[in-house]
Write a protein of this length. Structure first.
Length: 303
């Protein structure tokens, strides 16, 4: 059944000139029919290079918006309209505008996991892999980092010459994990290296053998000579690594580290998107597009 659906998708995307993007947190059956798999911004860049007129993003809303910003002339479809991102939605333009008034001499750095509307009043975007490099290059010593205080804290500790202002925001999925979880996992797997995403709490990040983005974690594990790993990010990465490195052992830090928004998209959703009967076309008002693009363009210039 799964193979039949996958073949229908492959046939339809060829027939209708569709490019399918899949974030790493998607299920293996979706990854297998995707043209590109990776972190959100990297997928947007890949989409901008292809000739396909239609792009389906198997991820969450802010990712599809970023695809549209980098490929304004393409039809961009979010595979499931219910797939949002709690972190991206927890701060809006009005709230941050008020904060900016309190800190007028601060450069506003927005994690890519933000809405396009919020990006319009920020100075520059960053990804988890480019945040350190970009923040270190900013002329201003004062940085207002939004929305993820955990990622911001990790960057701030590495740039002691900068003054960081952090707000109380972040990823609920990564925030579920604690130092107690790390202790328990290490007691159970004493020979395993601990690889963690910087969206986790500082108490968790401080215990890591490696800190990096989703693709950074996967790359580190694949290249490492070590044979056992505890993975401190969304649990689908454990599944993917088990498939890509069957000679190694991977353990989730917590069985509860699951992003339900990423799991909203199913293989049948993708099939119906290809048929034109499901999904949501992403459109952006000119003001939102231009403001968000300026913020992303600055990230590209610096990073």
């Amino acid at each position: 059944m799964i193979k039949d659906i996958q073949q229908q998708i492959i046939n339809l995307k060829k027939e209708k000139d569709i490019c399918i993007l899949a974030h790493c947190y998607q299920s293996p059956d979706i990854l297998e029919i995707a043209d590109f798999v990776g972190d959100s911004f990297a997928l947007s860049v890949e989409a901008s290079k292809v000739s396909n007129k239609t792009v389906i993003m198997c991820g969450v809303r802010f990712m599809a918006e970023t695809v549209k910003i980098l490929s304004p002339d393409k039809k961009v479809i979010l595979s499931n309209s219910d797939a949002g991102c709690p972190m991206a939605e927890m701060m809006d333009r009005e709230v941050i505008a008020q904060v900016k008034e309190q800190y007028p001499d601060y450069t506003v750095v927005a994690y890519i996991n933000t809405t396009s509307e919020l990006k319009t009043i920020c100075d520059v975007c960053v990804t988890s892999s480019s945040a350190l490099k970009i923040c270190s290059q900013l002329e201003s010593k004062n940085i207002l980092f939004i929305p993820d205080c955990n990622l911001g804290d990790w960057i701030a500790k590495q740039l002691p010459d900068k003054n960081f202002k952090l707000l109380n925001g972040g990823c609920p999925t990564h925030a579920r994990m604690s130092a107690a979880d790390v202790k328990k996992a290490k007691e159970k797997h004493p020979n395993a290296l601990f690889l963690v995403h910087p969206e986790c709490k500082p108490e968790v990040v401080e215990l890591a053998d490696y800190v990096g983005s989703t693709t950074g974690i996967m790359s580190y594990a694949e290249k490492s000579d070590a044979e056992e790993f505890i993975i401190g990010t969304e649990n689908s990465i454990v599944s993917h690594l088990l498939l890509s490195c069957p000679d190694k052992k991977f353990y989730p830090l917590s069985k509860d580290c699951i992003c339900h928004n990423m799991k909203a998209t199913t293989l049948v959703d993708v099939l119906n998107c290809c048929k034109g009967t499901f999904g949501e076309e992403i459109t952006l008002e000119p003001e939102i597009y231009e403001g968000a693009k300026r913020c992303i363009d600055e990230m590209i210039r610096l990073g």
